[in-house]
Design a protein around this ligand. Sequence first.
Ligand SMILES: Cc1cc2nc3c(=O)[nH]c(=O)nc-3n(C[C@H](O)[C@H](O)[C@H](O)COP(=O)(O)O)c2cc1C
Length: 185
Amino acid sequence: MSTVETHVVIVYESMYGNTHHIAEHIASGLGIDGVQVHVVSVGEALPGLLAAADLLIVGGPTHVHAMTSATSRHAAIAAADQDGLQLDPAATNPGLRDWFDQLDIVDGTEAAAFDTRVDGWALFTGRASHGIASHLTERGYRLLDEPESFLVDKHNRLVADEAERATAWGASLAAAMHRLLDHHW
Ligand SMILES: Cc1cc2nc3c(=O)[nH]c(=O)nc-3n(C[C@H](O)[C@H](O)[C@H](O)COP(=O)(O)O)c2cc1C
């Protein structure tokens, strides 16, 4: 058993809390002996923490078929009032696009991307995870897995079993890292 700890950082953007919730479940799938997992909002994802990451996982909501924009984030805040939705504490953070602009370039650190989006054909809904994955690779990260989506219904509630699927995805990323690093997690 190796004594070297593996650091995983999960960065989430979330307006109504679903992506935040999924991030916590991914963490629970990853969180086994020898792995330290930090789940942080975009506003808390500072360079010192990221520099120590062996695996960076980034997720955000799909807005207008893609990653959020300043306009879509404002629309989401306005819609929360109308639709009786609770805003996540991270809703007033910067969006992932601004965060990526500031993200240091690395040399092949492992990464993975996820999003939340409405349940339906991805062709029609779009998926923010593809944009997130592109930003990660542009910054020098290497994708450990395909981008993954977790689904909400039209009332912005997670579809049944999506939280459990997120835990399973976290466990599969842990297994992939295990194979890659060739040491026991
Ligand atoms: C302004 C706005 C635009 C949206 N556009 C899309 C979209 O194009 N495709 C989609 O699947 N979901 C769309 N959604 C639904 C979001 O994906 C959903 O609210 C989000 O996944 C919930 O995550 P959160 O609770 O972390 O904010 C949109 C939501 C808002 C507020």
